[in-house]
Design a protein around this ligand. Structure first.
Ligand SMILES: CC(C)(COP(=O)([O-])OP(=O)([O-])OC[C@H]1O[C@@H](n2cnc3c(N)ncnc32)[C@H](O)[C@@H]1OP(=O)([O-])[O-])[C@@H](O)C(=O)NCCC(=O)NCCSC(=O)C[C@@](C)(O)CC(=O)[O-]
Ligand SMILES: NC(=O)C1=CN([C@@H]2O[C@H](COP(=O)(O)OP(=O)(O)OC[C@H]3O[C@@H](n4cnc5c(N)ncnc54)[C@H](O)[C@@H]3O)[C@@H](O)[C@H]2O)C=CC1
Length: 875
């Protein structure tokens, strides 16, 4: 199980529950009681407290990324539920847990569950005699205490010892005489312990009075559980702190160390430092039905044990890492209390996979340590207000009357202006409502036989290199034909005739970036569509569409045959897309979904007599010339299998192999090969989409030079459509819009978001080095984290590979549009969903961008030469 759920916060609440259910191996409905309208019933509340009036709601969130090694056992990933009303707490704990896992996660040690019960004795005639009498009767007292608790002793716990303390008068104001306290030391095992200890103390009280000759007053446990503690330690290597808000990782570590020492020396600061720790501690305690007041009181008393209130957690920069250590008294239980009766607590316990009290103690303390680190990082770097207030701004936006996606937009506006107050929020809301709603330009509907809409640019010229090796001629169909030479082989391309297909269309990967656009394209064509979806996956992209949804997995060959029955054609766009060097488990997953999944789909298509299947290929599976990677790659370039390529790319080569095998077996299948997709309806979201969102929210801190061939979502849909209707059986067609450098993309990002690009443009080799170092850590500790610029991605960008779309242009009549338009469309769609700030002019901008855009392939060549110039000058 992994707790590393990068981008989890971007999901809807329902999808988050579905994702968690999937991760912990539960059914989605098992988490249903976490829904705001479920949970604690009125009757249950009435039995829990007195004079009950109702049930108070409190947000419940999840701290992700946590990894804990308890008492030398192997580390395990933990999802920590947190109930808290304060914004930014859970975000900060998740952020810091991500940093801590770069150092292997938090190590925790939990002491024996030994607590103290106190019996207060006053007016003792002779304290020394009384002490001897009580200690002489120790065994009798212990036996008596245990006799009332057979279940505790049966579980291996029970009273263990009896100790005496004498409390002298504090001064003139102290109205009592000498006081004696009998401490009953009890091992409470997995219980919180209060009830057992209080009962024991009350049971022993008469006998203690007899033995001491004094008057017994209070009989109660102590919440200063200094013998029942949890100690946590976490390390963050300096390298993992690079780029986290200071000039270097080490500088940030030193700044956090200084912040810690401030709290260690100063009680005023310590109170705030410790409040940050309690943000994490209390939130987990509440979510797990614990007596958080008891732990709070114990923690603060412990922090003042030396007579001076000080920091609970301390941070030091040592041996190339920032190291945090904390010991807290921790009386928590997994038996008794509300744990059994509160339905949501039970679900939370299941999510955190807690069986025993020490596991619970470790998670609580790890959340406290992470929260402290999160707050100190922010304080030592950009300050607390920017992150905290950005999230708090959402509350203010709601208070101002914002609803739905307005909330995020108003919050972003007031946070950007650093005016997080009600008046500013009301103003921002009024402005937002005064302007038309950002609308995504509908995808143009064209068929190869109809005229293209006027706003489309004219057919761009062929790439220079391709043009040089071509000669035109007449095809048998009377349409254009061309020959192209690749490594001396003459290729003749001919425009293919159009074929119509009736019946229902089956689409896989429909909730993905390509699929979501493709389904809309098909619906606009008036086609009947059935989509294959995975239960528990984020399928939000298809909400509200008139389609038939069936649920299953490509890996389930038998079921797939059933699910595909009744359709006549298919677009197979599903794949496990990954740009990381995968762990063996992830590699297996990529292989099974992509290769075996495709094989299953193709076989099911044969079984169901499909007329044609279009399979999505990847440009990463197209070979290239290592001596000259910028020579536009075409369909005949053979993939070199021993290169340092990603597992994903290898599987996409095998996918093509499966297609050809299926063609031999009689299937009619065509491959539409995609370059990096940019455009709207990116719900997962893709690596490029994530980069745009992060850029627009000021979270992209650096970028590399280089370039790649990109494809607009509308173009790749058109390419699929054309492959279906004009493609030749068993053939592959590369579909790309244009080559663009990262600098070109930054230009467009600036234009679309109104934000300046990051100042850091890190040269390719340096970025490669940084990415390679961080990749080692990420592969070890965070294999599933989506990363923007992975070493593989940077290598690809540095190679500046170009795509040759001649074959698609000639045979299919494909015409590329513009990447600039695609980015505007992507931005408008993200703005509509509240993921990036909506900007005046977002409306219609895509249209005007389309009008202004130069022919794509013309840009290609100039962009390429510009980028190589830049590379040459090192600018
Ligand atoms: C708020 C952040 C995390 C943003 O920080 P950021 O730089 O925008 O975060 P990022 O985009 O680099 O994302 C890093 C990770 O943070 C998490 N994250 C990022 N954004 C979210 C979100 N919206 N919802 C949920 N999780 C979020 C998430 O895990 C994400 O990983 P990913 O998913 O991308 O792989 C940062 O500014 C921060 O840590 N601020 C500190 C906030 C804080 O401590 N709040 C507590 C309240 S203040 C207080 O009471 C305590 C104090 C401060 O007084 C104590 C003291 O004085 O010591
Ligand atoms: N996004 C890009 O830039 C590029 C994408 N491609 C190809 O385009 C196609 C679509 O990619 P995107 O839409 O970007 O990906 P995506 O990750 O947004 O969507 C892929 C979809 O496939 C589904 N899927 C994965 N494994 C499955 C399984 N075992 N059973 C059922 N469904 C499964 C996922 O749930 C997801 O909805 C893929 O074939 C990919 O290899 C190729 C080149 C670039």
């Amino acid at each position: 199980m992994t707790s590393e759920l990068s981008g989890f916060y971007r999901l809807s609440m329902r999808d988050r529950r579905a994702r968690v259910a999937q991760v912990i191996g539960a059914r989605e409905d098992e988490l249903a009681s976490l829904s705001p309208d479920r949970g604690l019933a009125e009757g249950q509340a009435d039995r829990m407290v007195e004079n009950a009036l109702g049930v108070l709601g409190m947000p419940l969130g999840l701290c992700v990324n946590m990894r804990i090694a308890l008492d030398g056992e192997p580390a395990r990933d933990v999802l920590a539920p947190m109930a808290v009303e304060e914004p930014s707490v859970i975000a900060a704990a998740s952020y810091a847990s991500k940093l801590l896992r770069a150092g292997g996660g938090v190590r925790a040690t939990v002491s024996e569950p030994v607590m103290i019960g106190q019996i207060q004795v006053l007016e003792v005639p002779d304290p020394e005699v009384a002490e001897r009498a009580v200690l002489a009767a120790k065994d009798e007292l212990i036996a008596s205490a245990n006799s009332g608790h057979p279940s505790l002793t049966a579980a291996g716990g029970g009273a263990r010892d009896v100790e005496i303390r004498h409390l002298a008068r504090l001064g003139e104001d102290d109205p009592c005489g000498a006081m004696m306290v009998v401490h009953l030391v009890v091992d409470v095992r997995d219980a919180m312990g209060a009830n057992a200890i209080n009962t024991m103390c009350e049971r022993l009280a008469p006998r203690v009075a007899e033995l001491t000759g004094g008057r017994v007053a209070l009989r109660i446990l102590s919440n200063l559980t200094d013998r029942r503690t949890v100690t946590v330690e976490g390390r963050v290597p300096f390298s993992a702190l690079e780029g986290q808000g200071a000039s270097s990782g080490e500088a940030l570590a030193r700044a956090i160390e200084e912040a810690s020492v401030f709290a260690e020396r100063c009680p005023w600061r310590a109170a705030t430092h410790n409040k940050g720790i309690m943000n994490g501690v209390d939130a987990v305690l509440i979510a797990l039905g614990q007596d958080w007041r008891a732990v709070e009181a114990g923690a603060h008393a412990y922090a003042a044990q030396d007579g001076r209130y000080t920091a609970m957690a301390r941070w030091r920069a040592e041996d190339g890492a920032l190291v945090g250590r904390m010991t807290l008294p921790m009386a928590v239980g997994t038996v008794g209390g509300v744990i059994r009766v509160h339905p949501q607590v039970q679900v939370n316990r299941r999510i955190a996979k807690i069986e025993r009290a020490p596991e619970l103690a470790a998670i609580v303390a790890a959340a406290g340590l992470a929260q402290n680190l999160g707050a100190l990082r922010a304080l030592a770097a950009e300050g607390i207000q920017s992150g905290h207030m950005r999230l708090h701004a959402r509350n203010v936006a709601v208070e101002a009357g914002a609803t739905g996606s307005e909330v995020e937009q108003v919050a972003n506006t007031i946070a950007d202006r650093r005016e997080v107050n009600l008046r500013a929020a009301k103003e921002a809301l009024a402005t937002l409502r005064a302007r038309p709603i950002a609308k995504v330009e509908p995808i143009a509907i064209t068929t190869p036989t109809t005229t293209r809409p006027a706003r489309r640019p004219p057919t761009p010229p062929m790439p220079e290199s391709a043009r040089a090796s071509m000669s035109s001629g007449e095809s048998t169909s009377g349409e254009s034909s061309m020959t192209s030479s690749d490594s001396g082989t003459q290729k003749r391309y001919e425009r293919q005739p159009h074929r119509e297909f009736g019946g229902k269309v089956f689409v896989t990967g429909a909730a993905g970036h390509l699929g979501a656009n493709l389904v809309r394209r098909l619906l606009a064509e008036g086609r009947d569509v059935r989509v294959l979806l995975r239960q528990g996956s984020n399928n939000e992209a298809l909400e509200g569409l008139q389609i038939e949804k069936v649920y299953g997995d490509l890996r389930d060959a038998k079921r797939l045959v059933e699910l595909m029955r009744g359709c006549t054609t298919a677009y197979h766009a599903a794949a496990q897309v990954s740009t990381v060097v995968a762990t063996p488990e992830l590699e297996r997953d990529i292989f099974e979904c992509n290769v075996l999944g495709t094989r299953n789909l193709l076989r099911a298509a044969i079984d169901n007599h499909y007329e044609r299947v279009v399979v999505t290929g990847s440009f990463s599976a197209v070979g290239y010339d290592p001596e000259n990677p910028q020579r536009p790659g075409n369909e005949d370039d053979v993939f070199y299998p021993f290169d340092d390529v990603l597992p994903y790319a290898r599987t996409k080569v095998q996918v093509e192999h499966e297609v050809l095998k299926a063609c031999v077996e009689g299937l009619d299948a065509v491959i539409a090969t995609s370059c990096a997709i940019l455009g709207p309806h990116d719900y997962k979201p893709s690596r490029m989409g994530l980069t745009l969102v992060d850029y627009a929210n000021g979270r992209l801190r650096a970028y590399p030079p280089g370039g790649f061939d990109f494809v607009a979502a509308r173009d790749i849909c058109e390419g699929h459509f054309l492959a279906m209707h004009r493609g030749r059986r068993g053939q592959k067609y590369i579909i790309s819009t244009q080559f663009a450098t990262v600098d070109d993309l930054m230009d467009i990002f600036e234009e679309v978001s109104g934000r300046p690009r990051p100042r850091l443009r890190i040269p390719g080799p340096v970025m490669q080095g940084i990415a390679a170092v961080s990749q080692v850590a990420l592969d070890t500790f965070a294999p599933s984290t989506p990363r923007r610029f992975t070493p593989a991605a940077i290598r690809i960008l540095r190679a500046q590979r170009h795509a040759d779309t001649t074959k698609a242009q000639v045979e299919l009549g494909y015409e590329p549009t513009s990447i600039r338009t695609a980015i505007h469309e992507a931005y408008a769609d993200f703005a509509r969903r509240g993921l990036v700030p909506a900007r005046p002019g977002t409306v219609g901008v895509a249209e005007s961008a389309a009008r202004k855009s130069p022919p794509a392939r013309a840009t290609t060549d100039s962009a390429a030469s510009e980028s190589s110039n830049r590379a040459a000058t090192g600018s």
